[in-house]
Unconditional design. Structure first.
Length: 381
C-alpha cells in the first residue's frame, strides 16, 4: 500500500476553505508567523516594551536565518522591502557610463526590468534577449554578452512559465566576461535548495512574501563580499552607523558605516510587525527544509500532470523542474473556460501570459490536486 505524503495543512489557517494554489502570487503565512505578528502588536500598544537592542536584534535574527537558508554569511545580507529595492542597489550604486550594457531575458518580472530600463536615460543600453531553456541558454548568453556588458540579471524561476535556470552555468558565463551576475530569487527561495557560497552570484535579490511565507513588504538582498565592499549606499540609514546602538551618545557618531551589508538595509529596518512575522515564518521553512518543500511540491505537481484531462498539457519549462506549473488547453477558448471552471470551484490559481499557473506549497495536499483536476474535467463535459 502506497504511503500518503506528510500533511502540513494544519500548520496553516483554512484560507476560507479555498483550494489555494497561488503561492507564486502571495504565500500565506503559517500559524506561527501570524501569532508572531499578533504578539508584536504589543510594541505599539505599550511602547515601553521596546528595548533599545530590539532595533538591532530583530534585523540580525532575520539576517542570520537568510544566511542559514542560502548558505552565505550573515554580513552579506541586507534587509529590504522588495525585489525592486535590491535591484536598485546596483542601478543607483554603480558608476554607470554611457554605452554600458545590461542583459536580461525577455519576459522578466517588472521588478527585474523597469529599474534597468530607467538607466536608459543615462545612456545605458538594456538588451532583452531570448534565453531558451536547458543547455541552449548558456550558448545564447555567450552570444549576447559583449565587452560592454556590466550586468546580467535574471530570475532563478520565471514567474510566467515556471522555467528554472541553471545559475551555476549562467553565472560562470557572466563572470568569465567580467559582468556582474544578478539573480531574482523571489519565485524559488525557500522552495528549492541553494548554496550561494558555491554559486557564482554577485547579487541575490528576493521578496519574502511568496515561497518564504513571510509578510508583504519584507525582502532581502545578498551581496557577494566583493560587491558589498565596492558599492556605496544611495541613502544613509543611521542605524547602520558605527555606534548607533548607543542611543545616549548619538551625537558622538560620525559618518562611518558599520561593516557588512547592513549599510544597505532599508530605513526603519526593525519593522516590528514584518520582522516578527518574517522571522517566525522563516524559522518554520528552515525547520522543514527547502529540500522537503521541493519534494512535497514536486509530488503534488506530478499528480496534477498525471491527471490532466485530454487536450491539456504542461507548458514546456525546460529540463529543470520547478515549483511552478503552467498548463494550457488545446486552444485559448478551452484554457479560458478551464480558468472560469477553476474559479467557480474555488480553486485559486493565476492566469499568466494566456496560460493557467499552479503554484502549491506545503499547505496543499493530494486532495487539493484532485479538486483542481475535477474542475478542469468539467470543461470537457
Amino acid at each position: 500500500m502506497q504511503s500518503q505524503p506528510p500533511s502540513y495543512k494544519d500548520d496553516f489557517y483554512s484560507m476560507d476553505g479555498a483550494c489555494y494554489l497561488n503561492c507564486a502570487n502571495q504565500g500565506p503565512m503559517p500559524k506561527v508567523g501570524i501569532e508572531a505578528v499578533k504578539d508584536s502588536l504589543q510594541y505599539k500598544m505599550a511602547p515601553q516594551r521596546i528595548s533599545s537592542d530590539l532595533y538591532f536584534t530583530l534585523p540580525d535574527t532575520y539576517r542570520a536565518g537568510i544566511a542559514e537558508l542560502l548558505g552565505c554569511q550573515a554580513d552579506q545580507v541586507a534587509i529590504t522591502d522588495s525585489t525592486t529595492y535590491g535591484v536598485s542597489l546596483l542601478t543607483q550604486g554603480l558608476d554607470w557610463q554611457a554605452g554600458d550594457e545590461v542583459l536580461i531575458p525577455h519576459g522578466e518580472f517588472p521588478a527585474n526590468r523597469f529599474p534597468w530600463m530607467a538607466l536608459q536615460k543615462r545612456g545605458v543600453v538594456l538588451k532583452e534577449i531570448e534565453l531558451p531553456s536547458g543547455a541552449a541558454a548558456v550558448d545564447a548568453l555567450k552570444n549576447a554578452i559583449t565587452e560592454k556588458t556590466r550586468v546580467v540579471s535574471l530570475a532563478w524561476v520565471t514567474y510566467a512559465s515556471g522555467a528554472r535556470r541553471d545559475l551555476k552555468a549562467l553565472g560562470d558565463v557572466a563572470r568569465a566576461a567580467g559582468a556582474l551576475f544578478v539573480v531574482d530569487g523571489s519565485q524559488a527561495a525557500g522552495a528549492h535548495p541553494l548554496n550561494l557560497s558555491t554559486t557564482p552570484c554577485d547579487l541575490f535579490v528576493c521578496s519574502g512574501y511568496k515561497w518564504m511565507l513571510g509578510p508583504y513588504g519584507l525582502g532581502f538582498a545578498v551581496l557577494s563580499p566583493q560587491l558589498r565592499d565596492r558599492l556605496e549606499p544611495a541613502t544613509i540609514n543611521w542605524f547602520a552607523l558605527e555606534g548607533a546602538s548607543n542611543f545616549g551618545g548619538l551625537d558622538e557618531c560620525t559618518l562611518k558605516l558599520a561593516p557588512g551589508a547592513r549599510k544597505f538595509d532599508i530605513n526603519e529596518t526593525a519593522n516590528f510587525f514584518n520582522l516578527s512575522g518574517g522571522i517566525a515564518s522563516l524559522q518554520y521553512v528552515l525547520g522543514i527544509g527547502p529540500e522537503t518543500v521541493e519534494n512535497h511540491v514536486s509530488g503534488l505537481l506530478d499528480r496534477l500532470i498525471a491527471g490532466l484531462p485530454d487536450g491539456f498539457a504542461p507548458r514546456d519549462s525546460g529540463p529543470l523542474r520547478s515549483n511552478i506549473l503552467c498548463i494550457a488547453g488545446p486552444d485559448q477558448a478551452t484554457t479560458d473556460a478551464a480558468w472560469k471552471s477553476l474559479c467557480a470551484n474555488d480553486v485559486i490559481a493565476s492566469i499568466r501570459e494566456g496560460v493557467i499557473r499552479f503554484s502549491p506549497h506545503l499547505y496543499n495536499t493530494e486532495q487539493d490536486m484532485d479538486h483542481a483536476l475535477n474542475a478542469l474535467r468539467e470543461v470537457l463535459v
